[in-house]
Design a protein around this ligand. Sequence first.
Ligand SMILES: *Cc1c(COP(=O)(O)O)cnc(C)c1O
Length: 500
Amino acid sequence: MAFSVASSYAKLRSIVDATPNAPLPSPASMQKATKALIASLPPTGLGEAATEAHLLNDLPGGFNGPKTSSNYYGFVTGGVFPIAEVADNIVTAFDQSPMVHLPDQSISTIVEDRALNMLVELLNLGPGWGGKTFTTGATGANILGLACGREYVVNSRLKNATGGTGVGELGIVAACSKASIKEIQVLTTMGHSSLYKAASINGLGRQSVKDVPVSKDEPWKIDVDKLERELQRSEDGIVSIVAISAGEVNTGKFAVSGLSEMKKIRELCDKFGAWLHVDGAFGIFARSLPKTAEFSSLIDLTAGLDLADSITGDSHKMLNVPYDCGFFLTRSADTLSSVFLNPNAAYISSGPDASIPSPLNIGLENSRRFRALPVYAVLLAYGREGLGEMFARQVRLARGISEFLKSSNEYELLPSNAISVAEEDRFENTHIVIIFRAKNERKNAELVKDINAIRKMYVSGTKWEGKPACRIAVSTWKVEVERDIQLATDVLKEVAVSSF
Ligand SMILES: *Cc1c(COP(=O)(O)O)cnc(C)c1O
């Protein structure tokens, strides 16, 4: 009998559906799956049927549960909406590569363009986002952000520069030398680790990333006066890219307090020729919460992020499409293409008057996955209201757990010593990340391990003020608020009883 993809999909579905809600596989299951893996190239192939059996029977027991469990709260992973999974299978089945805009051959670049436009709508970003592309994730998008920032800050100092004389053409050493630039700095607060990687890849260096926080107690908050002093260094040949953490991955908090602060930062960037980038991998989606009193404080906190020159977002997190899928938006299509232009490839031209730019000229890859389709599917299936309702459930769960932690004698909700606790840490500012620790220091060292050992929910470990801390990030579509508050508080109570 010929090998049938359809029957494989059916078997796969029944395995996924039968997977327990556990966020982690058991150690025995992990061992079994690891042992079953084949390590060397078979001289003659196993054949499709035997390989299928190996893939379906041996491997799933060795996978963790961001997709299958409703209670996986590690990192910020998102799950996978069923309709996104269907779309992703279509992506594989038809194997389109939206590299060149060829509207008479494939609609893939048009789908990508539509999906990106609808994302801009979902995020209430308004008009003017001329440069848009899907990336592998927020890391990829941050690389694009710093690359555009680098291009812009250098090119705008090359006074008589015309197209083609920027970093993209000259290289960073020659361009900076001609522009009398001694240093390019990236000003941020608690920038995501990928921002440092992006600084390295872009030739700025990890050491170029500098924190300008208001205080040690509120390290996520940007100090606008300090920022201004750093931007003034442009007079000495030190130019800047500003990277706003919105929200910060450890605490979920936002670097800016809202519209008036963003306006001020925008003015400063314009005055000193700096590029304004927002890393909103998950936080940017707070802008899509329902516009009700319940979420007004988060909507206010994220107002003004649209004043940026560029924005990083992740679809594989809050939007619950499969890995991997992020997106990058910029107001300056010219800056984006001056970095990513893939020149001298006449055979891949889509013609001079294409309305949609060829993705290979505005992003890292040439050949690339058709990762727009699951995003398109999710946006269509749920629309503004359906997605707003999902984001609301996620926030309600995070707030419900926070409330328990705040009133608990054993746990301490962090950050606890922020100066403006009354203001900044108001309950209504909780988005989807919460960070906490056990009050008992000795027990705190084991807290993450103890919570995860119960195997009902999974949390990540982190550090706060040099001490271990525990982090919960709610990002799956599977959230059921009351059920999951109950589950999380039961686990936290159980850990408290067993180990304090
Ligand atoms: C997750 C995250 C990133 C990195 O995203 P990837 O999708 O893992 O590449 C960058 N910035 C922030 C704020 C994040 O939360």
